[in-house]
Design a protein around this ligand. Structure first.
Ligand code: COA
Length: 176
């Protein structure tokens, strides 16, 4: 069941509010979406690679075959605007908590509530899955993602030093 995020929405991730200028539709992905999602990851991480370890940039741009294997055990949501996929997030349920993975929004669609809408759907799914907590890892250098999680009411619960290819990682969590 797709969820629409536009004017007057009332969903799990308040206080986040999508800007009421356009409608963003979030729904679970299907195998038909895989090529578009891989294209989105490529666009996002090619645009962000300055200074990032090349191993990371490469590992975050899966081929369709690799992404299909990422989908095992992970529930992915995609956000569409005007029918086009502009954002994605994965949710992995493990022992009563949900890790939020692979969040990415098209650089041309940022600051319009796309990530907020995706995370609203992800948190709603986590609650319905009876998770008690949602959490995410954010590279310290990704200030936009840290600001996003803080904006959505996540608390920072620590830093893992030199955790991913020598990059420090901040941990964010939110009780459900
Ligand atoms: C981080 C990211 C997912 C945010 O997506 P987005 O759709 O632009 O986020 P939203 O529009 O829902 O932002 C909601 C709020 O988060 C905060 N925020 C988001 N991006 C921000 C930025 N660049 N600077 C400061 N605050 C920011 C703001 O509070 C924003 O509300 P506002 O626009 O009303 O001020 C996007 O920038 C992205 O894909 N970055 C590259 C990949 C990445 O870092 N992924 C996360 C890995 S953990």
């Amino acid at each position: 069941m797709p969820s629409e995020h536009g004017p007057g929405r009332d969903d799990a991730a308040s206080p986040a509010v999508a800007k009421p200028t356009e409608t963003i539709v979030v729904e679970r992905i299907t195998h038909q979406d895989v090529p578009a999602i891989c294209g989105l990851f490529k666009k996002v991480w090619e645009g962000e690679k300055t200074g990032l370890p090349s191993e990371l940039v490469k590992s975050w741009q899966p081929s369709p075959l690799e992404f299909t294997s990422w989908m095992e055990g992970v529930t992915y949501f995609a956000a569409r605007r005007d029918g086009r996929i502009v954002g994605v997030v994965g949710c992995e349920l493990d022992q009563g908590s949900v890790q939020l993975l692979d969040l990415a929004v098209d650089p041309d669609a940022r600051r319009h509530g796309v990530a907020s809408s995706l995370l609203a759907s992800a948190l709603d799914w986590a609650k319905r899955s009876e998770a008690l907590e949602a959490w995410a890892e954010v590279l310290t250098r990704f200030s936009a993602a840290s600001a996003l999680f803080a904006h959505l009411g996540f608390a920072e619960s620590g830093v893992l030093h030199k955790h991913q290819w020598r990059e420090d990682v901040r941990l964010f969590e939110r009780m459900l």
